[in-house]
Ligand binder design. Sequence first.
Ligand code: AMP
Ligand code: MG
Length: 442
Amino acid sequence: MSSAATRVTGQDQDHLWTVTEHLEDILTTVHPLDPIELQLLDAQGCVLVEDVTVPVSLPPFDNSSMDGYAVRVTDVAGASEEFPAVLTVVGDVAAGQGEPLHVGPGEAARIMTGAPLPPGAETVVPVEWTDGGLGEGAASRMRAHSTAPEGATGQVRIHRPAPARAHVRAEGSDVKAGDRALEAGSVLGPPQIALLAAIGRGTVRVRPRPRVVVLSTGSELVQPDEQLGSGQIYDSNSFALTAAARDAGAIAYRVGAVADDAETLRSTIEDQLVRADLLVTTGGVSVGAYDVVKEALESVGDEDEPGSGIEFRKLAMQPGKPQGFGSIGPDHTPLLALPGNPVSSYVSFELFVRPAIRTLMGLDDVHRPTTTAILRTDKALTSPTGRRQFLRGRYADGEVTPVGGAGSHLIAALAHADALIVVPESVESVEPGTEVEVVLLG
Ligand code: AMP
Ligand code: MG
């Protein structure tokens, strides 16, 4: 392979990159996607790029917070169980009805939650403080009329007084026209989407979800549900990483396993470029004879264009030593080439791809949360010197317990982990009961 076409970094082939250096290289290369206008539900999880102002107050009109009767204050003053106020029911006000009726002295309108306070009425008496309009022979009349919109005529007996504007939600008491509803930079979760809909916004300007294409490589790989032949294994990486990309906020496309053939891989990647904001491959990045990703991508750079092409490097980490990173194609689409061992590829995704996806989304917080925890285990953990080790663990209540060993093929243990235990480069062993750093996988 021509080394002239690889990314120019000034580093020699044997240089070991730290996890931090590799991550920094990725995060300085990857930039937030350009904003677009999206339908509200398509913008879920996206970052808003505009300040949204409230066009119309919420609520837009004074309305009742209870089912009850809209009345004048003086008509119910001094009302009690013994001496109820008896008012004439002039009709119903339901939410969403057109012309509200007028409430005069001695009158009441039956009102439903959310319905506008009718003109003339000053307060709302909840239905629980009344006989429900069913006293004194009114019951049969009410039933006879109950399906007609203005049919709730008769009398109602009210047992308690109410001050002005009781059980009334005032116009603008939620937000007022001209207020700032949401600031640029807000992440649109369900409550933010609720607010946008409530103020009448059908579309918003956001950074879109990145489209992430996941390719696995390996002639030994078979899709789940198919029969395994001799020497074959199921392709789990492409499923794990597609799921992880979705979990990070991306729209993820899983491309089935590509055989270990450089030309096939190169043309598959070229075909996928049209729908990718980020490409992720697994396998084929070490130094074996069939390390096809390296072979296919080492020569894709444009010699006249610094920074184009994929560079393969060794990282001071375990698992996940061999990694590739760079950009490819006419749009300089970033590509991360992850190692093939299932645990290595997943840990690499968490450390490098997830922050890249979240950077494309324009999020401020691109990293998983970390915390410290007390190591709960029988015997000391050992770790190779000079490499940052990420062991799988279960975290609870400030303690972390390792699951499985350091082997990067241990998928079952990974399925029971919810944290990564970080053993720094300089540390060779960690005693039980010691405080360790953990990355919480959520
Ligand atoms: P490689 O880096 O391609 O040599 O792969 C390293 C190890 O990971 C080998 O044992 C592969 O069989 C295994 N492996 C590679 N890709 C996958 C995959 N998509 N799913 C499961 N195992 C894989
Ligand atoms: Mg392979």
